[in-house]
Design a protein around this ligand. Structure first.
Ligand SMILES: C[S@@+](CC[C@H](N)C(=O)[O-])C[C@H]1O[C@@H](n2cnc3c(N)ncnc32)[C@H](O)[C@@H]1O
Length: 310
């Protein structure tokens, strides 16, 4: 918690962005207190099949912040669109995904934890199919059924989706003796998952994961219970002999000029209903009603790490 507070102070001290929609690299989440580094050149090296992020070469996080405003200012590509606001925190990072594709050898084996409807399996199909395999594990039967149906439609017999509590069960049973080249955990991350992933990865195998960052929605004081900070993330990896090759934080800040329109017309119905249920809707209303105009609408920590022998 102490680290989280010091991050907030550093963030508040950072000057407000002058223009929306420009990707602004900052080092605000760098727990080591380094000076600003540019986040525009993510790939500077190539190691073990993964192009390394520039920051990962020196063990630091590349942080990139995108500021958008509501209503939009008319800058192409930058405007907030209907239903495209804070429900997008689960979007997959493009540079992380490209690096993950490189981490999986052609025809390799892939295990996806908390697979949902199989986004990772399908995003990586060009790598593992047709000669390799991809196993997705989730405890939600409904999403597993959607994944299975899509695998049938896309003619991917090497894809399997299995019901499993990925925080409690051992993965060896579902792997039937096979060793994965890559284990992914996209927005399903925690100590139990990292430890189990590391235990089935051979030395040289890759672990690619994304977690919500603690600063997501921090203005309304209700972070997700799954959110973590950089230091926590790093110590989990280190504990299980996972060496980071790619470390990136992606943050989207929304500047809200017209809170009433924002609340009434910009958010998708699903999102509003979930936030009402969780009580966040009231806190968001109180924050905006009290004059709050900035909201961290998306904040992710993205990583790719290589397993080494203990
Ligand atoms: C935010 S979704 C992400 C889904 C998918 N990885 C994606 O990015 O599209 C989190 C998923 O993790 C699953 N999940 C959470 N905890 C789990 C657990 N202990 N065992 C199995 N699945 C779990 C949920 O059912 C859900 O499908």
């Amino acid at each position: 918690m102490a680290f989280f507070l010091s991050e907030i102070q550093r963030y508040d001290a950072y000057p407000p962005t002058v223009a929306s929609f420009i990707r602004i690299p900052v080092s605000m989440y760098d727990g080591r207190g380094s000076s600003l580094h540019r986040g525009s050149n993510y790939f500077s090296g190539h190691a073990n099949g993964v192009r390394m992020s520039k920051a990962a070469t020196d063990g630091k996080w590349d942080t990139e912040t995108l500021t958008r405003s509501f209503p939009g200012t008319g800058i192409p590509g930058g405007d907030v669109r209907d239903g495209d606001v804070i429900g997008t925190h689960g979007d997959m990072g493009e540079s992380w995904l490209s690096a993950v594709k490189e981490a999986l050898p052609d025809g390799g084996g892939h295990l996806d934890l908390g697979c949902g409807s199989g986004r990772m399996t399908f995003a990586l199909a060009n790598r593992w199919a047709p000669d390799g395999w991809s196993i997705g594990a989730d405890r939600d039967e409904e999403t597993l059924d959607r994944a299975r149906a899509r695998a049938t439609i896309e003619n991917l017999p090497g894809a399997r989706f299995l019901a499993l509590d990925v925080e409690k069960e051992d993965y060896t049973a579902i792997l039937s003796g096979r060793l994965p080249d890559l284990v992914t955990a996209h927005l399903c991350m925690g100590l139990e998952i990292v430890s189990r992933a590391a235990s089935v990865l051979p030395p040289g195998g890759m672990f690619a994961c994304v977690a919500l960052h603690r600063d997501l929605w921090r203005e309304i004081g209700r972070p997700s219970r799954f959110a973590i900070a950089e230091t926590e993330f790093e110590s989990m990896l280190e504990r299980f002999d996972l060496i980071p090759q790619f470390l990136r934080a992606e943050v989207e800040v929304l500047e809200i000029e017209n809170p009433r329109d924002f609340l009434e017309s910009s958010l998708n119905a699903d999102f509003v209903s979930r936030w009402k249920k969780s009580g966040r809707w009231d806190t968001l209303n109180r924050y905006l009603g009290g004059g709050g105009r900035r909201l961290i609408a998306r904040a992710q920590l993205q990583c790719i790490a290589r397993k080494v022998a203990p």
